[in-house]
Write a protein that binds this ligand. Structure first.
Ligand code: ATP
Ligand code: MG
Length: 266
């Protein structure tokens, strides 16, 4: 079988768990609770892409403003502004309160910038907002409307959310040559792998970041739960937030409630 093209995180241990990186073009959900590191992983994915591989990255933020993201990046020593000036990274803040036409905006930015990597932080806010705001410019709205006209029975919020997600994710899939990372907020104790419990089935990959409480300490872990088009490790890898960003501890894995062992194949 021909070797597939891969998009590397540039994070040792995680790329290894992915057998070399995310298969190019995959849509990957990055799910985790509050403060587990979703934004940091996403930023690092784009920054490493730019610095190590010369690949352009588009960051669509619905939560933190461009200024806030630059500030967060600077705490890890990353100079986002320099990369923006060099034309390697573009950050766009979509103001959910303004009810922007999100899908159209993302497509326009992607067509104009031609990124190899796209981050949407977060998918949860985007779909929640699309659910409650005026969606007349977006395809999802007309589809829901048409469906209701053709087959008028009471539609639950979840069904509409699902329709919106299919369209959003379908539209992102249509963007040529881009590998897409979508962050999703998991509530503590929640069963599914995403906030909507649907996108994990539609996306090509799911990476879970978590904070786990042990007897004496809390640890951070990252796990490739699903990744289409490649073999991968499903081990929970421990990682640290260091002054230079996420560092996966390659010598240990997290099993049940204890830390032990060495990643198979290391
Ligand atoms: N410069 C830094 N050095 C070390 N740790 C940091 C640094 N900046 C942030 N952190 C840690 O990372 C956590 C936040 O990470 P991040 O913003 O990536 O998480 P998130 O999952 O995106 O959070 P949210 O749910 O708020 O969107 C902080 O709570 C803090 O513990
Ligand atoms: Mg975040």
């Amino acid at each position: 079988m021909a070797e597939i093209e891969r998009v590397k995180f540039g994070i040792q241990g995680l790329d290894k768990a992915l057998n070399g990186g995310i298969p190019k073009g995959n849509l990957v959900l990055l799910s985790g609770g509050a403060g587990t590191g979703k934004t940091t992983f996403s930023l690092q994915f784009l920054i490493n892409g730019a610095l190590l591989f010369g690949e352009k990255g588009l960051y669509i933020s619905t939560e933190q403003s461009v200024q806030e993201l630059r500030k967060a990046a600077s705490t890890f020593g990353w100079k986002l502004e320099d990369l923006e000036k060099a034309g390697l990274i573009r950050i766009r803040y979509l103001n959910i309160l303004k009810g922007d036409s999100f899908l159209k905006n993302i497509k326009v930015e992607a067509e104009d910038f031609q990124p190899k990597r796209i981050v949407i932080d977060s998918l949860t806010t985007l779909t929640d907002t699309m659910l409650v705001t005026d969606l007349k410019d977006d395809i999802a709205f007309s589809v829901v409307q048409v469906a209701e006209t053709v087959n008028p029975f009471p539609r639950t919020e979840r069904m509409i959310a699902k329709t919106i997600l299919y369209h959003l994710i379908g539209a992102l899939r249509d963007i040529d040559n881009a590998t897409v990372m979508l962050t999703s907020e998991l509530l503590e104790g929640e069963k599914g792998l995403s906030a909507d419990a649907v996108s994990e089935f539609i996306c090509d990959g799911v990476i879970i970041v978590a904070l786990r409480d042990l007897a004496r300490e809390s640890v951070r872990s990252v796990r490739v739960r699903k990744m289409r088009n490649t073999a991968h490790s499903i081990a929970s890898l421990l990682f640290d937030m260091t002054p230079s960003g996420v560092v996966v501890k390659t010598e240990t894995v997290f099993e049940g409630e204890k830390i032990s062992g060495i990643i198979p194949g290391q």
